[in-house]
Design a protein around this ligand. Sequence first.
Ligand SMILES: Cc1cc2nc3c(=O)[nH]c(=O)nc-3n(C[C@H](O)[C@H](O)[C@H](O)COP(=O)(O)O)c2cc1C
Ligand SMILES: CCCCC(=O)C(=O)O
Length: 381
Amino acid sequence: MSSAPVCLDDFEKLARLSLPASVFGYYFSGADAESTLQRNKDAYDSLLIRPRILVDVEKVTTETTILGHKINSPVCVAPTAFHGMANDEAEKATARACASLKTCYTMATYSNTSMEDTYAAAKQKSRKQDPLHWFQLYVEQDREATKQLVQRCERAGYKALVITVDRPRLGRRLADLRHAFKLPKHLSLANFIADETRSGAGAYAGGAIDASLNWKDIEWFKSITKLPIVIKGIFRGEDAKLAVKHGVDGIIVSNHGGRQLDGCPATLEVLPEIVDAVKGSKVEVYVDGGIRKGTDVFKALALGARAVFLGRPIVYGLAYQGEEGVRSVLSLINYEFRLAMALAGCTSTDKITPDYIIPAEEISLARSYAKYHSKRIAPKL
Ligand SMILES: Cc1cc2nc3c(=O)[nH]c(=O)nc-3n(C[C@H](O)[C@H](O)[C@H](O)COP(=O)(O)O)c2cc1C
Ligand SMILES: CCCCC(=O)C(=O)O
């Protein structure tokens, strides 16, 4: 590809060309047959937008808030591990890009620059204003170590704790098995002091992650931190209701980008169930997985998501041009989203309601024909 990227999929193509196969394989792959990875993306194509016309869209704003914090766009950055394989500045570059565009950056537990250094880099970028950082937590068997991590991120200025609950064990990503993927030796897990289980290889194998994590632990987290708690990986209405009952503040509807349980629905397909389950509570619902276009963002918001999170496109942007590359990815999808809003006749995110969309199967030619034309053209019997 010789020209500059003009859509998010172009960044994936460039990353495939430039990164070592094992690194691209780690970033790109999903679990097993990758059917959920594909389904996440396809789901967006099976939902159609019904635009309103002759709406004054001279001024369109994408601004919104998450957990009370203002962001310029509902497109935020999901936690993804090991940014150092894409760029030497690693998470610092990603966080700076988010700070300059005033959106939320979620730092992964397994990052290659520390939470303190990353926050400081972003703060400098945002001219000393507090950047909006959330911290994604993998809960460890050693709860004292986990507690220290939580306290550190609270001290460092992170505004929410995102507890990932869909990874009691690591999904089988075939590309990683084929390449015997490991974190390159020159990179470390910068939020930890190095030891066996938290070496690159150990962490990837899930050495320290606690598979016994359950709802009781959520109560424990609430007792050790004042930070709002967001649960990442809720997938069913019953579990969303339990999240409300346990006093969490937010839910990220996620299947880990199809990297864990293959064969589950797309996140967009289960989003309405979760939105419905938390109705009447203050819990905010966000979604990730397969979002690649401005119209995807529009559709997710129409189904009730307050914001969306991007995973892979961010690391592809980082691999392309570091901080500038991440900024390009975010700016491009924000531009597309604003355009989709204008073309659909919505001037602000709260105006994007379910009546703007319709599942493709409900609007098949056969149905439209039957509804509007059958009487006129039907042969007389
Ligand atoms: C390379 C990579 C690393 C990831 N690392 C983490 C992680 O450390 N913690 C986590 O909760 N989710 C992790 N995820 C999942 C993302 O947070 C997110 O759920 C997913 O990437 C969204 O799908 P998308 O890539 O299609 O946008 C990772 C995803 C990818 C692709
Ligand atoms: C230890 C690496 C975990 C990162 C992760 O969650 C993923 O690759 O999906």
